[in-house]
Design a protein around this ligand. Structure first.
Ligand code: SF4
Length: 389
C-alpha cells in the first residue's frame, strides 16, 4: 500500500489550552529540578508584568478574547502567590482568553498555602480543579522529601477546598529513599480515605543538579531499587483500580468523568499556548520553548524581546513519533487505523524492528487494531519511549 506522508504536522488549529508557568516556591525541595526560584517573592510583581506583556503579545488571529477549554497554572507553586497576585494573574488571562462554559481550570497548590480566602477567590474567578502536591501522608517520608506539611495539613486543605471545589487531584511520590511496601500501602490507604477525584503517582528519579543527586553521590542517600519501585507502582495500579479508579495514563488515575482534560490535550498531540519561564507552546505545528531561567525570562520580556529561545517546526514524521509515544502512554492505546489516517504513517514503519521485538517480548500487544502497553510494558515504559524517537 502506498501512503502519502504530509510534510508537516496536521494539527494547525488555534490552541484551546493555556499553560502558565508560575516559577515561585518557598524552598527548593531536594529532589526537584523544575524551573523555579526559591525565596524570591520580590520578583513576583515583575513576573506578573512580564506575563501580562507576553500574553498580550500573542496574536490569536481573531478579535480578542479567544475561547479556551482548559487553563493550567503550574509551577513551581502557583498557590505561593498572594490572593491579590493570583487575582491579577487570572485577570491578565481573561483579558486575552474567554473561558468556555465547560472550562477545566486547574491550579497546582501546596497544602500549606490553602486558605478559605484563597479558595473562595480562585473559585469565584473560575478555578474548578486543584492539583495538590501532597507526595505522602507519612511524616518521615515528607521530611526526607523536604516538604513542609503533614497529613493533618493535607486533610484540612482538602476540607477547605471541598467547600467550593469538588475536583481535587493528589500527587503522590513512589520510592522516596527509605520507602517500603508497607509505607507505600499506607499512603495508598490514606489517599483513598480522602476520596479525591484524581490521583497522579510519580516514581522518584534522582536528577543531576539536585541536592538529592549530590547526597546520592556522597553515599548519603539510599535509592530504592528499580525492582522495588516497579513493585510499588504495580501495587498502586492494583489497589487504585480495585477501588474504582480508572487507570487512564501511565501515571494517572481518575474517578469516572475526572480525567485531566488539559493533559489529555498534550497526549493527543493537540496545540497549546505556554507562558512563563520554561513554558512550551505548540502552535501551527511550531514548538516553542521559553528561556528556563526566571531572571533571563524577565530580562527578555522587559526589554521587549521574545522569551522564546528555541523553536522548531515539528514535521510530519516527528509529529507521528510524538503521537506514537503519547498515544501509548494512554492505557487505552492507539487505534492503528485512526493513527495512520491522522499521521500518514503506520505504527510499524517508524521503528519496525523495535516494535516487533516489543510485541514478541509481550511489552506491547496488538488486539482488535489497537496497540497498547501490556502490564509488563507499563513497568518499563520509560525505557521504551527512546526507541521511538
Ligand atoms: S514545592 Fe514542588 S515545585 Fe517547588 S521545589 Fe518543591 S517539588 Fe519543586
Amino acid at each position: 500500500m502506498i501512503i502519502n506522508h504530509p510534510h508537516w504536522s496536521s494539527d494547525l488549529t488555534i490552541p484551546r489550552s493555556v499553560y502558565v508557568h508560575v516559577p515561585f516556591c518557598r524552598h527548593r525541595c531536594g529532589y526537584c529540578n523544575f524551573t523555579l526560584v526559591a525565596n524570591r517573592d520580590e520578583w513576583v510583581e515583575g513576573y506578573l508584568n512580564a506575563i501580562e506583556k507576553e500574553i498580550s503579545a500573542v496574536n490569536v488571529g481573531m478579535p480578542a478574547p479567544q475561547e479556551v477549554d482548559t487553563v493550567f497554572l503550574g509551577g513551581g507553586t502557583p498557590s505561593h502567590l498572594s490572593a491579590d497576585q493570583l487575582e491579577r494573574l487570572i485577570y491578565i488571562l481573561t483579558n486575552k482568553f474567554l473561558f468556555a462554559s465547560e472550562i477545566e481550570f486547574s491550579i497546582e497548590a501546596n497544602p500549606n498555602d490553602i486558605t478559605a480566602e484563597k479558595v473562595e477567590l480562585l473559585s469565584s474567578l473560575g478555578v474548578n480543579r486543584f492539583s495538590l502536591g501532597v507526595q505522602s501522608f507519612n511524616s518521615k517520608k515528607l521530611q526526607t522529601l523536604e516538604r513542609d506539611h503533614d497529613a493533618q495539613v493535607v486533610r484540612d486543605a482538602i476540607d477547605t477546598i471541598r467547600k467550593r471545589v469538588a475536583d481535587i487531584s493528589i500527587d503522590l511520590i513512589i520510592g522516596s529513599p527509605g520507602e517500603t511496601l508497607e509505607s507505600w500501602q499506607n499512603d495508598l490507604d490514606d489517599v483513598l480515605s480522602i476520596n479525591p477525584t484524581h490521583i497522579s503517582t510519580y516514581s522518584l528519579t534522582i536528577e543531576k543538579g539536585t541536592q538529592f543527586w549530590n547526597r546520592w553521590n556522597r553515599g548519603d542517600l539510599n535509592e530504592v531499587s528499580e525492582d522495588s519501585a516497579a513493585d510499588y507502582y504495580e501495587t498502586g495500579i492494583d489497589f487504585l483500580t480495585n477501588n474504582g479508579f480508572d487507570h487512564y495514563e501511565v501515571s494517572n488515575f481518575s474517578r469516572y468523568g475526572f480525567r485531566c482534560r488539559h493533559n489529555e490535550n498534550y497526549w493527543l498531540g493537540k496545540s497549546y499556548y505556554g507562558f512563563g519561564p520554561g513554558a512550551a507552546s505548540y502552535i501551527d505545528g511550531m514548538r516553542g520553548m521559553n528561556h528556563r531561567s526566571t531572571s533571563r525570562y524577565l530580562q527578555l520580556v522587559q526589554s521587549g524581546q521574545s522569551p522564546t529561545v528555541e523553536s522548531e517546526l515539528v514535521d510530519a514524521e516527528a509529529s507521528a513519533r510524538e503521537k506514537l509515544i503519547f498515544g501509548l502512554r494512554r492505557i487505552q492505546g492507539i487505534d492503528v487505523n485512526a493513527y495512520r489516517e491522522e499521521t500518514g504513517y503506520t505504527v510499524f514503519e517508524l521503528a519496525e524492528k523495535d516494535m516487533n521485538r516489543l510485541l514478541v517480548q509481550k511489552l506491547l500487544e496488538l488486539e482488535d487494531q489497537t496497540l497498547r502497553l501490556t502490564r509488563s510494558g507499563l513497568l518499563v515504559s520509560d525505557s521504551i519511549w527512546p526507541l521511538f524517537l
